[in-house]
Write a protein that binds this ligand. Structure first.
Ligand SMILES: [Zn+2]
Length: 363
């Protein structure tokens, strides 16, 4: 049977029917696995037992169930989602996946990843970035040799996605940037962003693959985020507290006699921290320090010991790459438009439109 579906064409590729598949949850399958879904009309209790999937007591005879409702709403784990929700069993693993239109997804993610109270132009910038990142993930999934069940995860590993919200003014940012994405060499870019770059020059950051993502190698400092409280920050750790934190990885550490940044790269990103205490002498990588010390806001800082305190003094909030949220806010307030802002933060990129056209799904 000939069936027409609306698909999204981009640079000759057809993206999965223009919808994005978001992984909401996953886990190992066991005999007590169960899932609850609710629509405005019905509740669904799905169980996995003795190798079969049951829904409301009935065996399904297949390893997937898809739930959608006339009002386009479905609840899972106390969050309401637009679109369809699928529960899929594969290789002793279960996946709950939300299949949703790209713009509904962008609208949802803006609530979490942008600043709904900030100017419209800021949210337009974010709508384009969120869409671009999603399209990038959709294309990666599509090109993957192994069949992918989902395109993107719902957590901040990718982009935080929390379903339906009522910040309706964000729709304007989505609608006014409809189908626009950021490209480099006609491919969607990896649209990285952080909260405040602290004036760090991304091109000077070591250990990053700028060859694959040259648009992230911005060779000049952002000068628009100085208003952010975390442009310059200072964290004071009482020595005992920092010892307790570092003991997670170094249980034989009992006090800190000396601590300083041993090596930084050209950008100021900490590569190694030197810690001395009696016979204890360790060089701790900057990445590990960042992971252990939750109050340290970024990768660029210095450390000094003053009496019984260890003082970290640093710049920015985040990883210093791509768009700087606080910088975008200032640029928007100064009248810059989304294209100018994106050109500034992702040099060498071009804005393109996804083209929505009908295609023959049986072809
Ligand atoms: Zn900045």
């Amino acid at each position: 049977m000939l069936k027409l579906i609306v698909g999204v064409f981009f640079c000759g590729a057809v993206l999965a029917q223009g919808n994005v598949r978001v992984l909401l949850a996953e886990g190992e399958l066991n005999e007590s696995s169960e899932w609850h879904f609710t629509t405005s009309k019905k509740s669904f209790l799905c169980l996995y037992s003795e190798g079969s999937l049951f829904c409301n007591g009935k065996p399904l005879g297949k390893k997937a169930v898809r739930i959608s409702a006339d009002d386009n709403r479905c609840r899972y784990q106390d969050i309401v989602y637009a679109g369809q929700i699928a529960l899929i069993i594969q290789d002793n693993h279960w996946y709950v996946i939300n299949n949703i239109s790209l713009d509904e997804y962008v609208y949802s993610v803006l609530r979490s990843e942008s600043w709904p109270g900030w100017p419209l132009e800021v949210n337009k910038v974010f709508a384009i970035m969120v869409r671009t990142y999603a399209v990038h993930k959709m294309m990666v999934a599509k090109k993957s040799k192994k069949k992918q069940l989902f395109d993107i995860k719902a957590t901040n590993i990718h982009q935080t996605y929390k379903g339906v919200h009522d910040f309706e003014h964000l729709l304007q940012a989505v609608n006014e940037t409809h189908d626009i994405i950021i490209t480099y060499n006609k491919e969607p870019i990896v649209a990285m962003y952080d909260s405040c770059c602290g004036g760090i020059v991304p091109a000077h950051i070591s250990g990053f693959d700028f060859k694959s993502n040259p648009y992230l190698a911005r060779p000049y400092a952002c000068t628009f985020c100085t208003e952010c409280k975390l442009y310059n920050w200072k964290i004071v750790y009482p020595q005992e507290l920092l010892v307790t934190i570092l003991q997670q990885e170094f249980p034989d550490l009992s006090f800190i006699k000396e601590i300083h940044v041993h090596e930084s790269d050209k950008a100021g990103k900490v590569m190694q921290v030197n810690v001395k205490a009696g016979r204890f002498h360790k060089k701790i990588s900057g990445t590990l320090m960042y992971r252990l010390c939750k109050d340290v806001r970024s990768f660029c800082y210095t450390i000094k010991k003053e009496g019984k305190n260890i003082i970290f003094t640093g710049k920015g909030f985040g990883h210093h790459m791509g768009v700087c949220q606080w910088g975008v806010r200032t640029m928007a307030k100064q009248g810059f438009l989304f294209k100018e802002i994106l050109d500034y933060y992702y040099p060498g990129t071009t804005l393109m439109k996804l083209v929505t056209e009908p295609y023959d799904a049986t072809a």
